[in-house]
Design a protein around this ligand. Structure first.
Ligand code: ACO
Length: 417
């Protein structure tokens, strides 16, 4: 076995991208060979210093890439985030501390830059808690049994004066970014999308060798405003009696008004041959089931933690968000590495908040991961106290925390990155 000192962990150069991408494919159990289109996509994405590799001799055996992102806090302010992605360690080099070394490198650079949080979507739950990340949003995917939904089979388009049009990828790239800006500014847990995201979603760049062009539909309100968009694919399944049993699978759906969401879900459920609609990842309190006369026709078929957050700057993170009530709370945060650790006085009201280091006695004792889970409002301090993951030093402090931190609607991160 190679000793730790033999393996070099460092940022890769653009010239090393073919070798780095081969290692990435290997770690994700994809065909290792790197095609021209995939390499071009990786080149378009490359930012010097932000793609790390571990090298055993000339061979890349681990990868991690991070990029600049904005994350929407409760209340709509955005904070700069270090988005961590493309984490792999080749099976021959696992459990020798390579991920820990890459993560330490990346998080130190993020703190240095002044990022407020780091974010990621975890492949597996047990990996990232040790680095101070906590699950901060949940995703739910519904499967709609269309014939059971109770929708009017004669539906011929929105009945609110709006309209739905199919558009091509170029139109998505033209209309999508502005629409998404509206969504993410209003949606705690949402993250910014790069121009490359839109090119990839429409096939103009190809990160994967296989790509199927989706259908794209746009909803415009009665006054012509673009308020929603959906991208979906359909399969081709028929039964022995030659009846269509097709499934429409949503890749992403944005609605900035309930009317837009309603119209797009009804549209998907109205497509001839489609008997099943898979919603893609939605917020766990999404309105979808209640757009159907029979909400039980929409069943949650996948539910899991989604966006993980690591707080790098407690003061800026807690001061960036808004609070539902007024109160003060002393949080004692234990952090395995530099970032969120310390004792912090949060004084919050609906008009604003301040967070300062303090020597006052703690109300709640918690880890960095628990703070991250509470910060976006999805988790409850009362629940974490029941699990023994938050300790109350003052009776009732967990309830106070929930009254301040929790939100009427749950946070949601629409994106995979
Ligand atoms: C944001 C994203 O990109 S998510 C994608 C993550 N990548 C994958 O899932 C691809 C397949 N898996 C892998 O490539 C690797 O197993 C990785 C990246 C998950 C872990 O890499 P390694 O180099 O083996 O991790 P490393 O040796 O640094 O482990 C550090 C600690 O985490 C633990 N750990 C690492 N991976 C896992 C896991 N999947 N499940 C449970 N514990 C884990 C290790 O046991 C070790 O624990 P210890 O400190 O108590 O000894």
């Amino acid at each position: 076995m190679n000793r730790r000192a033999d393996i070099d962990v460092r940022p890769v150069t653009e010239a090393e991208l073919p070798e780095w991408t081969r290692a990435l494919n290997t770690g994700f159990l994809r065909e290792p060979a790197v095609g021209e289109a995939q390499l071009a996509a990786r080149r378009a994405q490359f930012v010097p210093g932000r793609s790390l590799g571990a090298f055993d001799g000339g061979r890349c055996v681990a990868t991690l890439r991070s990029f600049a992102q904005e994350l929407t806090a409760v209340g709509g302010a955005v904070v700069p985030a270090d988005a961590v992605s493309n984490v792999t360690v080749t099976p021959t080099h696992r459990r020798r501390g390579l991920l820990s070394r890459m993560m330490a490198h990346d998080l130190a650079a993020a703190r240095e830059r002044g990022d407020v949080v780091a974010t990621l979507i975890a492949a597996e739950y047990p990996i990232y808690g040790r680095y101070g990340f906590g699950p901060a949003t949940t995703m739910a995917e519904w499967t709609v049994d269309v014939p059971r939904a109770g929708l009017d089979p004669r539906w011929a388009g929105p009945r609110d004066g709006g309209r739905i049009d199919l558009v091509d990828g170029e139109e998505v790239r033209r209309l999508g970014p502005g629409l998404h800006e509206r969504l993410r500014r209003a949606q705690p847990g949402a993250v910014s999308r790069t121009e490359l995201w839109w090119r990839s979603a429409t096939g103009a760049v190809r990160f994967e060798p296989s790509w199927t062009e989706p259908f794209h539909a746009v909803y415009r309100s009665a006054d012509g405003e673009v308020e929603g968009m959906v991208s979906y694919v359909a399969d081709d399944t028929w039964n022995d009696a030659k009846q269509p049993l097709n499934t429409a699978t949503v890749k992403w759906l944005i609605g900035v008004t309930p009317a837009a969401e309603r119209a797009l879900w009804h549209y998907l459920c109205s497509i001839d041959w489609i008997v099943r609609v898979k919603s893609g990842g939605r917020a766990p309190d999404d309105l979808l089931p209640h757009f159907l006369p029979d909400p039980r026709a929409a069943r949650i078929t996948t539910q899991a933690d989604w966006l993980w957050v690591r707080i790098l700057d407690v003061v800026r993170a807690l001061e960036a968000r808004t609070y539902g009530g007024s109160g003060a709370l002393v949080l004692e945060v234990a952090d395995p590495s530099p970032g969120a650790g310390g004792r912090w006085l949060l004084e919050a009201s609906p008009d604003g908040a301040s967070c300062t280091p303090t020597t006052r006695g703690a109300d709640l004792v918690l880890g960095a991961g628990e703070l991250a889970s509470l910060w976006l409002g999805d988790e409850s301090a009362v629940r974490l106290a029941a699990l023994g993951r938050v300790r109350e030093e003052r009776t009732g402090a967990a309830r106070t925390a929930d009254a301040l931190l929790r939100t009427p609607r749950r946070p949601w991160c629409p994106d995979m990155f």
